[in-house]
Design a protein around this ligand. Structure first.
Ligand SMILES: *Cc1c(COP(=O)(O)O)cnc(C)c1O
Length: 449
């Protein structure tokens, strides 16, 4: 399969009926074992197609604007562009990526709450008009740099998850909305709608009920000021799980029917990010160092001890929070990896902790999990890593990003073609993966360092 990646700027392996994603991972683990054991991603673009079909089935009236910062891999953006999503961008780089794909500026929104003036100018120059705003200083900056901007007032939502928010809070109060409208009138800036965002850690239906009724209040207020309100953005926070999407839809659709019926001329949009990409990507990392530790010293205080003479292992992997596990710093992450090498069912399991390569105390990826004993050079496979794929713009200069291998199955490609959703640019990147790639000789993956 070598040689393909050099030709185009990306390529997509088209999987024959017989070949599974597991075969693809086996294949690249083998290849990487021979060539230096760097970590790598395998992304299944067919998964994006399935997620989009699921969205259409459950939430059709809400138009998705994919949040580019979650994963800006060209193949991902191209697939979503072909599927017809809009794009929610947080920087000039992301807006440029979307425009380069041929996305019309009306299908791009600029959603960063703290925008750099020069980047607002870039949006103005390229015709990207819809952007969010939650305070007066931001409003003045937008007025100076983008007189044709169409603002979505970003309103705050309550957090009743009972968990401590690690993320910074954005969004304004209803009271301040009135003040912002006065300012906007004075500065002759248009306000066209409202945006709110409810994080995936808080999916209590009441939060949506409050947010949508608050939105209605802001719309009514805006009418007093003579603004023509046409857009409601319900943000992101969708995990990708069908049940969660159905639950949210179950709560919001009756409210939308009452407050924003179809004939009201209000477009309802959302900003799903993780929803589309999370489960599409798998990360394979390699064990680069290993330490055995005393069981007693390792367990958190208060934990019951059973086998105090048993060793525990600390493993260091070649990816950590300063790379593909960056989301570990801001979100809950409790993914337990799969061990790639084959091991016997009755093999003993040991308490193990997994760390990134930086030797930094923040760089712990898994605090404690049970694994068979691993050797240096073994592979661990992490699922649901789609939002860990870093775009060009966020990479440090000396940081080697894992290679990304993209695939799609024939049947998913048919699904896309059937609905007329492929694009020529996407199609030219496919290459055929014969089903004979299914190699797997257990031991070849674990050659010692
Ligand atoms: C990150 C982000 C999203 C996407 O969040 P998900 O939880 O991935 O859906 C949406 N809107 C804004 C403004 C964001 O910063």
């Amino acid at each position: 399969m070598k040689g393909f990646l050099e030709d185009a700027n990306y390529s997509i392996g088209l999987l024959d009926e017989g070949a599974t994603l597991g075969n693809v991972i086996d294949n690249y683990a083998y290849e990487h074992t021979l060539t230096g054991k760097n970590a790598f991603f395998v992304g299944d673009l067919g998964n994006l197609v399935k997620k989009h079909i699921q969205w259409q089935n459950v939430m059709a009236p809400v138009k998705p604007f994919y949040t580019v910062k979650c994963n800006s891999t060209p193949g991902v953006l191209e697939t979503l562009a072909a599927l017809g999503t809009g794009f929610a961008c947080s920087s000039k780089t992301e807006m440029a990526l979307a425009l380069d794909l041929g996305i019309p500026p009306v299908n791009i929104i600029y959603t960063n709450p703290c925008k750099q003036a020069s980047q607002i100018k870039y949006a103005a120059k390229t015709g990207i008009n819809v952007m969010t705003c939650d305070n007066e200083i931001e409003l003045k900056k937008i007025a100076r740099n983008h007189p044709n901007a169409k603002l979505l007032l970003h309103i705050a939502t309550e957090d009743i998850s009972g968990e401590e928010e690690v993320n910074m809070k954005f969004g304004t109060t209803l009271k301040n909305c009135r003040h912002l409208m006065e300012c906007a009138k004075e500065l002759e800036v248009q306000i066209v709608g409202v945006k709110f965002h409810i994080s995936s850690s808080c999916k209590e239906p009441q939060v949506y009920i409050h947010a949508i009724s608050d939105t209605r209040c802001v719309f009514d207020m805006a009418e007093e000021f003579g603004f023509k309100m046409t857009m409601l953005d319900i943000g992101g926070g969708f995990t990708g799980c069908e049940f969660q999407l159905e639950e949210v839809n179950h709560v919001i659709s009756p409210l939308l029917d009452v407050y924003f019926p179809e004939d009201s001329g209000v477009n309802v949009i959302a900003e799903p990010g993780c929803y589309y990409v999370s489960s599409a990507f798998t990360l394979a990392v390699n064990i680069i160092a290993k330490k055995a530790a005393e069981y007693d010293n390792f367990l958190p205080a208060g934990t019951e001890q059973t086998k105090s003479d048993e060793p525990v292992f600390i493993y260091y992997m070649n990816e950590g929070v300063y790379g593909s596990f960056a989301s570990k710093l801001t979100e809950k992450f409790n993914s337990i990896p799969e061990v790639h090498k084959k091991y016997k069912e009755d093999e003993p399991l040991f308490a193990s902790s997994l760390w990134g390569p930086s030797c930094d105390e923040l760089d712990q990826i898994v605090e404690n999990c049970l694994l068979p004993e691993l050797n240096i050079g073994d592979w661990l496979i992490f699922d649901n890593m789609g939002s860990g794929v870093m775009g060009e713009q966020s990479a440090f200069n000396d940081f080697q990003r894992p290679l990304i291998y993209l695939t799609m199955s024939f049947s998913d490609l048919y699904k896309m073609q059937y609905t007329g959703l492929t694009s020529d640019t996407l199609m030219k990147n496919f290459f055929f993966v014969p089903s004979c790639v299914q190699l797997s000789s257990e031991d070849s993956f674990t050659t010692a360092a």
